[in-house]
Design a protein around this ligand. Structure first.
Ligand code: ARG
Length: 463
């Protein structure tokens, strides 16, 4: 039986199943780097404060560094009976440097230790995801810029949808920029959250602080935190930093699932707006013609597990009394899972989006279908003084006529236009092309070419 680090008041061995149930080392070994950094900062501070002798600090520091090397090299055997990453490392330290290892845990508890490790991890993960989001944002801005000119020199026009019914023509660049906006907010959510995570819980002790003359500001600084947390109970008893991280992951993943859905739909044979690269699609083992958008489908599907991670931790934290509870050990896996899931989705999109080929002729043709410029016909009449509601009615009747005869609005004769309304003359046709429709929308934030050019510039400057 491995001797427990807390074994003093126990006479009987821990039940084997309890040991397995209680252990977190199978997953919290991911925190090994953070754990050792935390211990190094702690022991240095103990030395400076005169709590430990210089030679003790040296011995512990050297021991921890050699363990870190072993872990990095994959030469560390984790033991479930030592429960978690913290006790595995401390126990190894004792094997290596003897009883002086026991002084490391002076003025510290696993409660502030794990809170510190996990905050360090989550803060770094948040910043890593923010950087990846920045990368994808950059790719999407460049795509927006690229599609301002198609092969024919014109901006790429596609149908814009509401209710997934053709609504009005838009520029493909405008569509890209819509995702740029979402990704930009996602990135800032992680950066904001990281600011709130930027406080060190180390030194909060088990829950109430410590009688030792420690310097929490020094350990906070050594670990790259802006300051120590203010309240010891909150320090060991709060996990909202992880919840916020998971909420930000969930929102970003939701956005990526929408992008995925559009890519899946638009790359179907029926739509044919774009072709996804071979490198990011897969074939079928039975149907030779297939090119499946697996990356997009999985990105859409994995949103489910990331939302699940958020729900899992919200449910764990709900109703727990102050301060630390073992329930909180359940905080780690959802964060690891959401982090790894979102990171790979982002990297895949950074690689895939520039390789997708958009088919300008197809998207333009699609934009012409579905009477997408009927609003422009109504606007034409409204500009001539007819109240918009009446103009809408007239345009609606003409759409009905065209639908029943399978014709287009721009094919209507002078006669048919006059019959619909006396203010309607054949010069209306020039307003009914998809180019004129899109480019007329010059309101701030609209899809008119001039506005989109400015928006691309603006988005580039914000990068
Ligand atoms: N493995 C534990 C966790 O992840 C570390 C803290 C244990 N604290 C305690 N009082 N048992 O939460």
């Amino acid at each position: 039986m491995t001797k427990k680090l807390w074994g003093g008041r126990f006479q009987e061995a821990t039940d084997k199943l309890v040991e397995v149930f209680n252990a977190s080392v199978t997953f919290d070994q991911k925190l090994a780097e953070q754990d050792i950094r935390g211990s190094l900062a702690h022991v240095a501070m103990l030395g400076k404060q005169g709590i430990l002798q210089p030679e003790e600090v040296t011995q512990i520091t050297e021991g921890l560094n050699s363990i870190l090397e072993d872990i990095r090299a994959g030469n560390f055997e984790w033991s479930v009976s030592l429960e978690d990453v913290h006790m595995n490392i401390e126990s190894r330290l004792r094997d290596r440097i003897g009883p002086v290892a026991g002084k490391l845990h002076t003025a510290r508890s696993r409660n502030d230790q794990v809170a510190t490790d996990f905050r360090l991890f989550t803060k770094e993960a948040a910043l890593e995801l923010a950087d990846l989001l920045h990368g994808l944002r950059t790719v999407m801005v460049l795509e927006a810029e690229k599609h301002l000119t198609s092969d024919e020199g014109q901006p790429v026009i596609m149908p814009g949808y509401t209710h997934l019914q053709v609504a009005q023509p838009i520029l493909l660049s405008h569509w890209f920029l819509a995702y740029v906006e979402m990704l930009e907010r996602d990135e800032s959510r992680f950066r904001d959250a990281a600011k709130r995570m930027d406080e060190s819980p180390l030194g909060a002790g088990a829950l109430a602080g410590t009688p030792w003359p420690i310097d929490r500001f020094a350990t906070a600084e050594a670990l790259g935190f802006a300051r120590p947390t203010r309240n010891s109970l909150d320090s060991v008893g709060s996990r909202d930093f992880a919840l916020e991280f998971l909420a930000a992951c969930s929102i970003a993943t939701a956005h990526l699932s929408r992008l995925s859905e559009e890519l899946i739909l638009y790359s179907t044979f029926e739509f044919g707006f774009l072709t996804l690269p071979d490198s990011h699609t897969t074939g079928s083992s039975i149907m030779p013609q297939k090119k499946n958008p697996d990356v997009s489908e999985l990105s859409r599907g994995k949103a489910g597990r990331v939302f699940g991670d958020l729900m899992a931790l919200l449910t764990v934290v709900k109703g727990t009394p102050l301060a630390y509870n073992k329930d909180f050990q359940e905080d780690k896996e959802p964060v690891f899972d959401a982090f790894e899931t979102l990171a790979i989705i982002l990297q895949l999109h950074i690689d895939m989006m520039p390789k997708a080929k958009w088919h300008a002729k197809v998207t333009r043709r699609a934009a012409q279908r579905g009477y997408s410029t009927a609003t422009d016909l109504a606007d034409y009449l409204a500009r001539k003084g007819l109240p918009f509601r009446e103009a809408h009615e007239v345009a609606g009747e003409l759409v009905h006529l065209c639908v029943s005869q399978d014709r287009q609005l721009w094919d209507l004769t002078e006669e048919e236009l006059k019959n619909a309304h006396e203010l309607l003359t054949s010069d209306v046709a020039q307003y009914l092309t998809v180019e004129s429709s899109a480019n007329a929308r010059l309101s701030y934030g609209g899809t008119g070419l001039e506005r989109v050019r400015e928006a691309v510039q603006d988005a580039k400057e914000r990068l």
